[in-house]
Design a protein around this ligand. Structure first.
Ligand code: AGP
Length: 608
């Protein structure tokens, strides 16, 4: 949830740490801080509540000279956002300094015994036990002190440690939270996420569970909690730093919405050959696919809604029953899993704690666990049995958009692949639907041309405090995603329901001040949507309809219509979601919200 960064080399550490923190700010942005080891072996710390720009204003560069340092941007779990609870945290006399991302669940028991041993605590955080513990366990080897201190720690952590006693190294470790090390020439970098390193190197090492890295400016040694050395593979990252820049757009979210046609084109170029779906990274044998009796899809947030679209697509195109679960529920429920079932986990970051735990809880109980992921080298991509990448590039905006489209296009391609392998889809049917999918990027661009209309509608409805999103069949999950986007970035209350469910309760909410967004393309449930829209207008609630081009009927019964191009019923989610993303974006922009960093949220939820 938080973002940590570290540098050891010959350059001034401060500008590198600040640059890295800005790239990590989407992970948490309620307070920030840096600690730098200067040439006199002293560690100077500067930290404060609020955004990194406030920290920047507080820093006197001359005070923070040195070429070894750590930085942190926070998403508070224990202790409210303030200058004291901000990281880095330190032991007495700043001998040991720590930055931490995660939650130490049994910190209170450590705190009590440390207090009984005379250690003084200044913050309310769980993290502060670590610098005191490490100092307590120090016997002339800082790596061993960290190892000893972590032995009985429960919960999740990614941490960086520097010390006065051994001012020529950084010690880092992870369990549950992500940590990547960047390999430079005579310098090394530490970060929670790849974009923070891309300006300096593309050569990285991903730390695995319970690994400890001892990092000097020209070496890195990785060991496990038992002290055994582990050989690590250096991976070359495909992304470049420009991809993680705003490139002149007002917000990353807008840039990423407009990147969706190219995300789809990239996936089609990777996964479609000669009018057939080819998934080279998936090695589930034809005999297993044949015998598949069920698929379990597990995810969180927007990835969960993409998984619901996947359910309709796989059941429709491959005729395999699909169960979709929230990861936070799945990991603690009674799991009825069979070997002739496939598990699919969907995650943009590949680091969502609940999804990781759910994946681990069902591995080896199913025929295989396939991950549909964006971030290469992420924990989920490394631990799943097989991986299908969505190739969306770095997604920086906290509200997920291009990753959602990458996730659903990947689930459609998987559905076609399974349908073909099970002879549910014949060659011509596969060809036909691929022909339609290939036109989707261009059809999305046609929706982008309705920008003016979307801005006008956004202006008209930005005054309302409540919204209801309605959809049917495969567009019901899109109504959920539309409501989530609006909630996330504009903080306006929005609910979503299957339209047929409305009269079983939510219709009681409706009046003139409660607009309804009705996803009503000309598909096999169109007439049912029209009936539901009439139930809404009968209660005088304003209605904005997402409808198929040339649908003359609908414009006579609703207040506003956003037309989208026609596609086969099963593919409508690839288009109906676009105006909902833009509507949420423009409403939030009109309300002056911080769209890329909405309050209380973080891009990757690495704690439970
Ligand atoms: C979406 O806009 C949110 N940022 C959030 O719901 C997100 O989808 C969820 O946290 C899952 O993240 P993941 O795809 O990285 O696992």
């Amino acid at each position: 949830m938080c973002g940590i960064i570290g540098y050891i080399g010959n350059k001034e550490a401060l500008p590198i740490l600040m640059q890295g923190l800005k790239k990590l700010e989407y992970r948490g942005y309620d307070s920030a801080g840096v600690a730098i080891l200067n040439n006199n072996k002293n560690i100077n710390i500067k930290k404060c509540k609020g955004r990194i720009k406030y920290l920047e204003n507080k820093i006197d560069k001359n005070e923070l000279k040195g070429s070894i340092g750590l930085g942190h941007t926070r998403w508070a779990t224990h202790g409210k956002p303030n200058n004291i609870n901000a990281h880095p945290h330190f032991s007495a006399n700043n001998k040991v300094v720590v930055v931490h991302n995660g939650i130490i669940e049994n910190y209170l028991s450590f705190k009590d015994s440390l207090v009984n041993n005379g250690y003084k605590f200044v913050s309310e955080t769980d993290t502060e036990i670590l610098p005191h513990l490490i100092e307590k366990n120090y016997r002339n080897d800082i790596t061993e002190a960290v190892r000893e201190s972590l032995k009985n720690v429960e919960g999740s952590y990614a941490l960086g440690v520097i010390s006065k006693m051994e001012p020529d190294k950084i010690v880092a470790s992870r369990s549950g939270s992500p940590l990547v090390i960047g390999i430079g020439d005579n310098e090394m970098f530490l970060a929670s996420d790849i974009p923070a390193l891309l300006n300096y190197t593309k050569r990285v090492i991903f730390l695995d569970e319970n690994e400890i890295a001892t990092i000097g400016k020209d070496y890195i040694k990785v060991t496990n909690l038992e002290g055994e050395e582990i050989k690590k593979e250096i991976i070359e990252i495909e992304w470049n730093s420009e991809m993680a820049e705003k490139a002149g757009y007002k917000h990353f979210m807008l840039k990423e919405i407009l990147q969706q046609p190219s995300v789809i084109r990239t996936d089609l170029s990777k996964y479609i050959h000669e009018e057939q779906v080819c998934l080279p990274d998936i090695n589930i044998g034809a005999e297993i696919i044949d015998k598949l009796e069920k698929i379990h899809i597990i995810a969180c947030g927007t990835a969960y809604y993409a998984s619901l679209v996947g359910k309709y697509a796989i059941e429709g195109l491959a005729e395999i029953p699909v169960e979709v679960d929230y990861a936070s529920e799945f990991r603690y429920k009674k799991q009825l899993l069979q070997k002739n079932s496939l598990g699919i986990v969907v995650s943009q970051s590949g680091e969502t704690a609940d999804t990781i735990a759910a994946m681990r809880s069902c591995k080896n109980k199913l025929c295989s666990v396939l991950a549909i992921v964006n971030v290469k080298g992420s924990t989920i991509s490394r631990e799943a049995d097989q991986v299908m990448y969505i190739n969306a590039g770095p997604e920086i905006g906290v509200a997920s958009t291009k990753a959602f489209i990458g996730q659903i296009i990947s689930l459609y391609l998987l559905a076609i692949y399974l349908g073909k392998k099970r002879n549910v889809l014949c060659k011509d049917e596969e060809k036909d639907i691929i022909k339609e999918i290939i036109q989707i990027p261009q059809k999305i661009e046609m929706i982008f041309s309705k920008d003016k209309l979307l801005k006008t509608i956004a202006h008209n409805v930005a005054i309302y405090k409540h919204f209801l999103f309605l959809g049917r069949d495969i567009n019901f999950p899109i109504s959920l995603e539309g409501a989530l986007k609006l909630k996330e970035i504009s903080y306006v209350h929005a609910e979503a329901y299957p339209a047929g469910e409305m009269k079983h309760g939510p219709i009681a909410l409706l009046d003139k001040k409660f607009p309804v967004v009705a996803i009503s393309p000309k598909d096999h449930v169109y007439q049912k949507m029209i009936n539901n829209i009439k139930e809404v207008t009968a209660r005088e609630a304003p209605v904005i309809a997402i409808a198929t081009e040339n649908d003359e009927q609908i414009k006579d019964i609703v207040d506003k219509v956003i037309y989208i191009p026609e596609v086969p019923d099963i593919l409508y989610p690839l288009l109906t979601v676009i105006p909902l993303q833009l509507l949420a974006y423009y409403i939030a922009d009109i309300l002056g919200k911080d769209i890329d960093k909405p309050r209380n949220l973080a891009k990757s939820v690495t704690v439970e």
